[in-house]
Ligand binder design. Sequence first.
Ligand code: PLP
Length: 377
Amino acid sequence: MPSVNNTHRIPTTDLDTPPRLLLGPGPSNAHPRVLRALSNRQVGHLDPAFLAIMGEVQELLRYAWQTDNPVTVPVSGTGSAAMEAAVANTVERGDSVVIGVNGYFGERLVDMATRYGAEVHRLDRAWGEAFSFDEISEAVERHKPRVLLLVHAETSTGARQPLEGVSELCREHDCLLLIDTVTSLGGVPLFLDEWGVDVAYSGTQKCLSCPPGLGPLTLGPRAVERLAARKTKVPNWYLDMSLVGQYWGKERTYHHTAPINMNYGLREALRLVAEEGLEARWERHARNARLLWDGLGEMGLACHVDEAIRLPSLTTIRVPDGVDAAAVSRELMARYNIEMAGGLGELKGKVWRVGLMGFNSREENVRLLLSALAEVL
Ligand code: PLP
């Protein structure tokens, strides 16, 4: 046997993370009950006790999304895994797709759909704006897409994409409606079935107040039909819902080992949503966002997004002229342990991003942030 090389055997201390208040675009702080649930003892991934937990997670996800879709599962991986699963399972090489790009995550959808061989037609808008029904309709008429992909809650800008009438348009053209709900699930009204959404995905780390690690995904009947009728296999084995769905469905066939404890955490996060009730939860997010917006206005700071389409879960604040955005974020962190992020892409250096998500959407957090920000500025 060769002698063991100890170069990488570094000395370490017990883990002691700083007490941050995560008021950026995510992750947000997990609810204490979720953190406790994560540390429950493990059972096997086919144990009857775990199968019961899986069923509860699925049912509570349906409640949170307001859907009856049987195929509603937490994909193993972060929101991006669910995003990629949504694309991989609905797009086939050569398919025409239309993607709304009004922020960073629309761009990412373009990248993913291109990698899966789609013929991508972009619908572009300035970051912070949303698409009108007429613009969407015109793009669908012109490109006859198989899938229309829209970001319901654009975390890079704080804009909400209205969806009125879009599903009827998609149905007329045999097109699936796929939406990103990573920053809306559990914080912003969503009625997937009422709105005729065929595919939606999300993440655990935002308004659900669970650490990053699972990516909820739901496929409606038209998406399931499309998946069954594919000419080619889903090119991504790990995210192939025709296989993963057999583990989460009646068959319980092994595909990969589910992240057991993450599912405990998600179950607790979803129980919290159900205990509070969606109406009360959405109202709490709206109320605390209003408090933030009013406070910012009193300080002479402007929000980047028009109020009619502004997300309560994510606010972009315009950086005043002459202020170094990154320096302000650094000071908030250094003095108050508050995380507040800067802008991405087109909005880099121009905005700050404040998330009031799930457990963090509380009046005391808004008041603390406003006074800390006033002092630092
Ligand atoms: N989509 C949106 C709108 C997001 O905000 C994010 C994460 O911030 C993602 C997708 C990807 O999720 P994750 O970073 O958890 O992989």
